[in-house]
Design a protein around this ligand. Structure first.
Ligand SMILES: [Zn+2]
Length: 238
C-alpha cells in the first residue's frame, strides 16, 4: 500500500462514519416522533375524561338542587297543612312568615336549577369535541407508527450496507494506522477524523505545525495534537 493512499482511505472512512452517524440519528428520530404522538393521544384522552367529568359533576349538582327543591316544596305543603290547626293569630302569623320565607328560598333554588341545567347544556358539546381530538391524535399516532416502521426497516438495511462498506474500507488501512484509527473511532465515532483546513484541524480549528502539514501532504498519518482527530487532506486540495 502506498502512503498516499492512507489519507484517501481516512477521507473515505470519515465520509462513511458521518453517513452512519446520520443514519443512526434518523433511526433514533422515529421512536421520538412516536413518543411525541403517544403523549398527544394521552393528553387528548385526559382532556376527554375531564370533559366527561365536568358534565357529570354539573348533572349531579343539578340533580341535588332538584332534590332540595322537592323537599323544600314538601316542607311548604306541610306548613300550609298546619295553618288550619293554628290556635292563635300569633302562631298563624309566624307560620305564614315561615311559608313566605321558604317559598322565597325555593325561587332562588329554581333559578339555581335553571343555571345548573344551562351549564350542563353548555358543557355537553365539549365531550364530542374532545372525542374528536382523541380520534385525530390516534390517527396521527397510527400514521407515525406505520411511517416509522417502514423507515426503520429501510434505514436498517442502509446501515447494514454502509457497515459492510466500512469494514471493506477499514481493511485498506495499513496496520500502524489501523490501531490509532480503531482507538479514536471507538472513543469519538465520526468525530475521530477531520480534514485539514488550510493549516488547521478541521475538527477543533487549532493550528497544526508545518511539519504535520508536510507529513499529511506526503500521505502520512497524523493526529491533531489538540483534539486527537486523525487528519486527512481534503479532496479539493489535492
Ligand atoms: Zn483538532
Amino acid at each position: 500500500m502506498s502512503v498516499a493512499l492512507v489519507t484517501e482511505t481516512l477521507r473515505t472512512l470519515h465520509r462513511i462514519h458521518r453517513q452512519l452517524a446520520d443514519l443512526t440519528e434518523q433511526l433514533a428520530a422515529g421512536p421520538r416522533t412516536v413518543a411525541v404522538r403517544t403523549k398527544q393521544v394521552e393528553a387528548a384522552e385526559a382532556k376527554k375524561t375531564a370533559a366527561h367529568d365536568d358534565v357529570k359533576k354539573a348533572k349531579v349538582s343539578a340533580d341535588q338542587k332538584q332534590l332540595q327543591l322537592k323537599s323544600a316544596e314538601t316542607k311548604i305543603r306541610d306548613l300550609q297543612g298546619k295553618l288550619n290547626a293554628c290556635k292563635t293569630n300569633r302562631e298563624y302569623q309566624t307560620l305564614t312568615e315561615q311559608i313566605a320565607a321558604d317559598t322565597m328560598a325555593t325561587k332562588v333554588l329554581e333559578d339555581e336549577i335553571l343555571e345548573a341545567l344551562e351549564r350542563v347544556d353548555a358543557l355537553k358539546p365539549t365531550v364530542p369535541a374532545a372525542e374528536g381530538e382523541v380520534a385525530a391524535a390516534k390517527k396521527l399516532l397510527d400514521e407515525a407508527k406505520a411511517r416509522v416502521a417502514a423507515e426503520t426497516s429501510r434505514l436498517e438495511g442502509e446501515v447494514g450496507r454502509v457497515r459492510m462498506e466500512l469494514e471493506t474500507v477499514e481493511r485498506e488501512l495499513p496496520d500502524d494506522a489501523r490501531d490509532k484509527y480503531a482507538r479514536i473511532v471507538k472513543q469519538k465515532g465520526a468525530d475521530g477524523m477531520a480534514p485539514l483546513e488550510g493549516q488547521s484541524c478541521g475538527g477543533c480549528f487549532q493550528q497544526i505545525t508545518g511539519n504535520m502539514v508536510s507529513d499529511l501532504m506526503l500521505g502520512k498519518i497524523a493526529a491533531c495534537r489538540s483534539c486527537g482527530r486523525l487528519l486527512y487532506v481534503p479532496e479539493s486540495s489535492r
